[in-house]
Write a protein that binds this ligand. Structure first.
Ligand SMILES: *Cc1c(COP(=O)(O)O)cnc(C)c1O
Length: 496
């Protein structure tokens, strides 16, 4: 299987080259040249398997220059780090027609672990396959979740090193502790004196600094990124939607062929796009419901066909979805336009130059056949946390956005199909808001409650704090250096 650029003017490459390159040379994203299909026998053959075994079989369909035994080895290495390795991402029943797909049982308690635990293995294998003997240095600017998941994924993986920059006053106390206590000989973490944009711009400057690239090349180091535009982050996410369908079959919740809807709390559009691929592969999935918070650019886009990033940015209780430019939409446009590279390139350049674009009538029709969309605010999010807790399950804020949007969708359409809601974080990662919601509050607390709030939430609910988040305060704080944005490059070069 080859991979082509969404913008149509780069050469097709193998899977390992797509993972190595991240972005295509024409600025587009890599998509598979065709979507492999699976049949009933294939899906049923996955049902008795462990999560890692399911993953290897699904990944093999896309990553054809990796052997099945390589993929199985990497999947084992990745998912054996989860709370219950055999069922890394369990599908749990909430009500007769609502199930949650728990994607947060990995080493950092957020769904990004599903991809970032296996990506380092895919990437280092891609280096070997393409005859590159350099060490790969991963560079990340983070507003919270991604940095920690990337650190945990790459820590002590041979042939790699990782440097993470986070905004000094832009992450929660728990997120900061998670990062600065990270173990591993090949990891390095810096606070940046500035906001997330300062950190992100600093990382972009390092990537485009040719003199820096030459100095690193002389030391046998090559820079790379672990962000969600890499195909190596998307493809592991397709696995869990197919795995969820197997779980429903195993639980006798559905018979093969029964259609299941999917509802996803969405930011960069990666997670819900993976559901789109699973559906296109032939898994009996129905409507894909895209849930957003007050940053409702995707709701509007999927309903009207107009993508308009020119609007106020809102800080919400679901910060990982506070995004105005959802990069992975570009892949959807490529797939639904029949890989019309010039059409996609036109829309992407309008987004940069004018801040918006509108899809053709035909494209909008395909979007509407596949997707539904909705959004909610913090009050709606808190309401969903309370309602779900009364029903016996403790939700984080991002998942709660999806649960609220699903409730509204059902009320609006009368639909009552079985729906799997992607649950993207442990409630303890966003304990301040979850706790405030349970106390009946309508608005967000002013103060970051530090780590005590985890104990408060645990005592209140009887749910225990997941191991990766417990005792954070007493772990060794290894990284204490703050740098000016202008000094990020020298900090990184001096770290190893
Ligand atoms: C990253 C993230 C999301 C958004 O996922 P996308 O793939 O960017 O749409 C949702 N919830 C949590 C907790 C996240 O960390």
């Amino acid at each position: 299987m080859q991979f082509i650029s969404t913008r149509g003017s780069s050469p097709a490459v193998s899977a390992s080259e797509a993972i190595l390159n991240g972005l295509a040379p024409d600025g587009g994203l890599y998509v598979p040249e065709y979507i492999p299909s699976v049949d009933r026998a294939f899906v049923e053959s996955l049902c008795p398997l462990t999560y890692a075994e399911r993953a290897a079989k699904v990944l093999s369909l896309y990553l054809s220059d990796y052997t099945h035994s390589e993929l199985l080895e990497y999947a084992h290495a990745a998912y054996s780090r989860f709370e219950t390795p055999d069922t890394a991402a369990p599908t749990v029943r909430l009500t007769h027609n609502t199930y949650v797909l728990e994607l947060y049982h990995g080493p950092t308690c957020a769904f990004k672990d599903m991809a970032l635990t296996i990506l380092p293995h895919l990437l280092t294998a891609a280096m070997r396959k393409n005859g590159i003997s350099d060490k790969v240095m991963i560079l990340v600017a983070t507003s919270g979740d991604t940095g920690k998941a990337a650190l945990a994924g790459f820590a002590d993986v041979p042939g790699t090193a990782i440097t993470v920059f986070y905004p000094e006053d832009g992450v929660s106390a728990v997120q900061k502790l998670q990062m600065i206590t990270q173990s591993g000989e090949n990891v390095s973490v810096f606070a940046v004196k500035g906001n997330f944009d300062d950190a992100q711009n600093g990382v972009k400057r390092i990537f485009s600094d040719r003199a820096c690239a030459e100095r690193l090349a002389a030391r046998g180091i090559r820079l790379s990124s672990a962000n969600s535009i890499n195909w190596g982050r998307l493809v592991p996410q397709i696995v869990y939607y197919i795995s969820a369908y197997c779980d429903l079959l195993n639980q006798n919740a559905v018979a093969y062929g029964d259609t299941v809807d999917i509802c996803v709390p969405t930011g960069n559009f990666g997670n819900i796009l993976a559901a789109f691929y699973a559906k296109k592969m032939g898994v009996p999935l129905g409507r894909l419901i895209c849930a957003s918070n007050e940053n409702n650019v995707l709701t509007e886009f999927l309903q009207t066909g107009r993508y308009d990033r020119l609007r106020d940015f809102r800080k919400t209780s679901s910060p990982s979805m506070d995004i105005l430019i959802s990069s992975n939409v570009e892949r959807l446009l490529a797939e639904l336009s029949g890989h019309n590279g010039s059409e996609v390139a036109g829309m992407m350049s309008a987004l940069v130059s004018e801040g918006s674009y509108t899809v053709s009538e035909e494209l909008l029709r395909s979007i509407r056949e596949l997707f539904a969309a909705g959004n909610t605010d913090d009050a709606g999010t808190y309401e969903a946390i309370r309602a779900t807790y009364s029903a016996g399950w403790l939700s984080d804020t991002h998942t709660a956005v999806a649960l609220k949007v699903l409730e509204n969708y059902r009320a609006r359409t009368g639909e009552d199909r079985i729906t799997v809601v992607a649950s993207t974080a442990s409630p303890f990662k966003f304990a301040i808001d979850v706790n405030a919601a349970l106390e009946g509050s309508e608005v967000r607390p002013d103060l970051d409650g530090g780590t005590e709030i985890l104990d408060t939430l645990s005592a209140k609910t009887g749910v225990s704090i997941p191991e990766p988040l417990s005792g954070l305060d007493s772990r060794e704080k290894r990284f204490k250096v703050s740098v000016e944005p202008a000094d990020m490059l020298s900090a990184m070069e001096g770290a190893f």
